[in-house]
Design a protein around this ligand. Sequence first.
Ligand SMILES: [Zn+2]
Length: 212
Amino acid sequence: MSPTQHPAEATLVDYAAGTCDAGRTLVIAAHVAACPACRQAVRLAEAVGGVLLGDLEPTPMGAGALDAVLARLDDPLRPDPRPPAQRPDWIAVPPPVLEAARRRKRWAAPGVWVAPITRGPGRRSSYLLRVGAGMAMPRHTHQGVETILVLKGAYEDRGVLYGPGDLAENDETVDHRPQVTREGECVCLVNAEAPLTPLDWVGRLFQPFVGI
Ligand SMILES: [Zn+2]
């Protein structure tokens, strides 16, 4: 099934232009691989970017320009030189994500494990987060943007259900307490510009153990 929750259009344009940092690129790439609609949007952004770069001369746009853009929509996406990584119970992810799950997984609290993937620049980090069936995260908000993609299972957040392949972008305007559904564990790939900001005592106790 195709994902129903997508990155903002501006995020896809940044991704296509190659201006996202490494951690955010990992998360967006995994969503795009699972999402035909966003693949098409990224191809369009890449093609338009290519036409703009090729048109720096101040000449009127030729009659064939639109055809050139449309023709490039059929180009294959830039191939990753490494073979695709796959786990039978997760959506496909870039290889560094599986490596982190294998080597750096650490149980942080009952039902919760974290596996760091990238650190920096600044306070940025990306990581895998596993939360057990039916568990809720402590209430929290964000500083800067958190990009979160479901690899396995599902969680509910403010009336929206996020399943495999679904992506959310949360910032300081968000005050939430996402809850994993009762059906099973949920594993997410996360990139955050800064650590979470807990909004209750549970979160303040939880944060030093979990380190996110
Ligand atoms: Zn999408």
